[in-house]
Design a protein around this ligand. Sequence first.
Ligand SMILES: Nc1ncnc2c1ncn2[C@@H]1O[C@H](COP(=O)(O)OP(=O)(O)OP(=O)(O)O)[C@@H](O)[C@H]1O
Length: 312
Amino acid sequence: MTPDAEHAAVRAHGLTKRFGENLAVADIDLSMAHGEVLALLGPNGAGKTTTAELCEGFLSPDHGQVLVLGLDPVAQGPRLRPRIGVMPQGGGAYPGVRAEEMLRLIASCCAAPLDPAWLLETLGLNEVRSTQYKRLSGGQQQRLSLACALVGRPELVFLDEPTAGMDAHARNLVWELITALRSDGVGVLLTTHLMDEAETLADRVVIVDHGRVLANGTPAELTAGEERLRELHFRSRPKLDLDLLLAALPEDCAAWETRPGQYLVRGEIDPQTISTVASWCAQHGALADELRLGRRSLEDVFLDLTGRELRA
Ligand SMILES: Nc1ncnc2c1ncn2[C@@H]1O[C@H](COP(=O)(O)OP(=O)(O)OP(=O)(O)O)[C@@H](O)[C@H]1O
């Protein structure tokens, strides 16, 4: 471990964890600065939760080392725990406890807690503050779990799939809160398999698969590349006849419907190509919407690295 490890929020070297024959985390190096939002992005079973749990001190590595806020999360857990917040996957609370009661209970264990009423309001839980945990929806349980992770004013929070199972409104509340945490200098290590979540929130993204780091960088670094001026993305109605569209475009162009109603054209993309796509759609009674040039998405990066789509 390098001497500056004590100055990083998280510094891991060669982290390895097996469950029987299953190598869940294989020689992972990680570095996260104070106040940074770092996303561990990968498909189901990639090793994100195991990596986070090694950092939180819930698991011990088989090999390698990790320091969190300069402390060993297992050996120095009692010193570390008051300084971090953890939102585990799937929450976890007594089924009969009421939302506000749960949050106040956690707050009572913290030296200088945030105001539980303010947190409930901010996370849109005010109306269910007297509802028992077991009667909350999955998204409400997630938000309560996030409130519990934050109430102790942590320097660093670990959020495991923080918006899993949430509707768009709840997800936006959580995204806004994570952005506010970042502005307040709180570090956030989040795991996600949602590209847009990583792309929107993270200063840095670490793409993991099969327990290994495949790529590490800012979203802009990861999505930059030679291909960036050779792609045109647009939305329109599903099932456009792409053979007909290609007949109207220069010969080197290729086109795909990547998802229903989402299209990608690759080739020499110049102003004429863009105009042809828009007018061809209009001639076929469709609108070419959200025309976007150039930049590869994290989804493209993952596809390039693994040959597979990031599975939800
Ligand atoms: N306690 C455990 N015992 C046995 N195997 C485990 C355990 N925890 C995780 N694994 C296995 O380790 C691998 C990595 O799992 P992990 O939960 O870290 O992945 P993940 O990227 O967080 O996936 P998900 O998005 O589904 O949560 C998987 O193959 C999983 O089945």
